[in-house]
Design a protein around this ligand. Structure first.
Ligand code: PHE
Length: 454
């Protein structure tokens, strides 16, 4: 009964929980952002720092979100209120709802582009295009007013249909199919890439530790990337964990999700850089790497047409399992706090996000003259969410768990009311009380005062 707001839906299996949470984490952030940021910031050296942050700060923050959600049994806002009634902590959840809104708006712009590129690969539209042609056609496409908007809306509707079907019959069912598919697709592309002549140079770019490139900034980039990539700081994982069973081991789930996310990020690098280097191309960054450089490479590769199709399907799948988790944050909030049916909540959220999303999409074309602090609408949404709202949310989440909720609540949640051994608890407690708040505050202050982590 999707319309029944009294009884909450739940995940039905352990694999469903991992698939959904890893699906949220694995997304566009892993596939185009991670490889490039790693390559540019010292390769293997960045990787080591990144993995250190994922395990030492990311995992405890994720455990904190899981503990809040499963204890609170509500949406991101309501969970804080049920643990700390009558206090203002719910505001953190509200920041998360706003962040979900913003991220969805710009994320579906790019997700929509992946659909256009699936069609382009299937219809072999890249054939015989020079790199310059590919660049021109990409720029012409993203700055046009109709197709990118239509694809964005198609993506939004797909997301909404899955969310509408509920936690078990929608989110769990689809992520359980899509995540294994994603893994197989990325594995095929990795194998293709490392078996190309000259793959070694690409692997060296990604893995060879170059400590001379490591500066203070590298640490901040690594932490920022860890937060975005693990979907932390905005309540997606609070919302999901409110549907976890009481028997779920929160710590081991957090470790498994963090490992899957890191594995896919590393695989994305293995898929991209050997191909880029073996064709003697300078690795571009961001959208141009994925939408201009790679189609150019697929075109020159034996059997490239099919690998192009696989690649863009991979991107779309990765994006979809993330947009589902973002929309669920807004839908759970609307339906539980406004006491409306899930159907109505999904409809309202989808329409509202789409309106904002269309502005983000058009900011590459007809609205490119609309700027705020010199940034386009797309960049304002990205910057505000990734560099302001996520770190702020993350900071308050660890402060809440470390200082407010109290050892008793956190410990009983992490140990499933005492039935699991939690020998790690003193370390966890120390991290959420001191280490994580200081580290997150540092990245936050840095990104506000020194202009962005990109
Ligand atoms: N983790 C996703 C990615 O790497 C993005 C995301 C952030 C999804 C926050 C949900 C919440 O692409």
């Amino acid at each position: 009964m999707t319309d029944n707001i009294a009884k909450r839906d739940n995940f039905g299996s352990k694999f469903g929980i991992i698939a959904a949470a890893a699906g949220s984490a694995v997304g566009l952030g892993n596939i185009w952002k991670f490889p490039y940021v790693a390559g540019e910031n010292g390769g293997g050296a960045f990787l080591l720092i990144y993995l250190f942050f994922v395990m030492v700060i990311g995992v405890p923050v994720m455990m904190s979100e899981f503990a809040i959600g499963r204890r609170g049994q509500k949406n991101a806002y309501g969970s804080f209120n049920s643990i700390a009634p009558g206090k203002k902590w719910g505001l953190i959840g509200l920041i998360g709802v706003v962040a979900a809104f913003f991220i969805l708006a710009f994320y579906t712009t790019v997700a929509g582009w992946t659909l256009e590129y699936i069609i382009n690969s299937v219809t072999n539209k890249f054939a015989a295009q020079t790199p310059k042609d590919l660049e021109i056609s990409f720029n012409a496409f993203i700055s046009s007013s109709v197709r990118p908007v239509i694809w964005q809306l198609v993506f939004m509707v797909l997301t909404a249909l899955i969310v509408l079907a509920g936690v078990k019959k929608g989110i769990e069912k689809y992520t359980k199919m899509l995540m294994p598919l994603l893994f197989v697709l990325i594995l095929i592309l990795c194998i293709r890439s490392v078996t190309l002549d000259g793959a070694r140079e690409g692997l060296a770019f990604l893995f060879k530790p170059d400590f001379s490139k490591v500066t203070g900034k590298t640490f901040l980039y690594a932490l920022g990337q860890a937060f975005f990539s693990l979907s932390l700081g905005m309540g997606a994982l609070i919302t999901y964990s409110s549907y976890f069973s009481k028997k779920e081991n929160l710590a081991s789930t957090a470790v498994q999700v963090a490992l899957s996310d890191s594995l896919i990020a590393i695989m994305a690098g293995i898929m991209i850089f050997p191909a880029v280097f073996s064709f003697g191309i300078e690795p571009g960054c961001g959208p141009s790497l994925v939408f201009i450089t790679l189609p150019g490479i697929f075109e020159q590769m034996p059997g490239g047409g099919i690998f192009g199709i696989i690649f863009f399907i991979l991107l779309a799948v990765a994006a979809l399992t993330s947009t589902i988790s973002l929309l669920e944050v807004v839908v759970a909030y609307f339906s539980e706090e406004l006491k409306i049916s899930r159907k109505k909540a999904t409809l309202i959220a989808t329409v509202a996000v789409s309106v904002l999303g269309v502005f983000a999409t058009l900011s590459f074309g007809s609205l490119d003259n609309v700027t705020l602090f010199g940034k386009s609408i797309f960049d304002v949404l990205d910057y505000t969410a990734s560099n302001v709202l996520l770190p702020l949310g993350g900071l308050f989440i660890v402060l809440f768990v470390g200082w407010f909720a109290g050892r008793k609540i956190t410990k009983s949640e992490l140990s499933n009311e005492g039935s699991l051994k939690v020998r790690y608890f003193p370390y966890f407690n120390f991290i959420v009380k001191f280490i994580a708040p200081v580290a997150i505050a540092a990245i936050f202050i840095y990104s506000i005062f020194w202009g962005g982590l990109g």
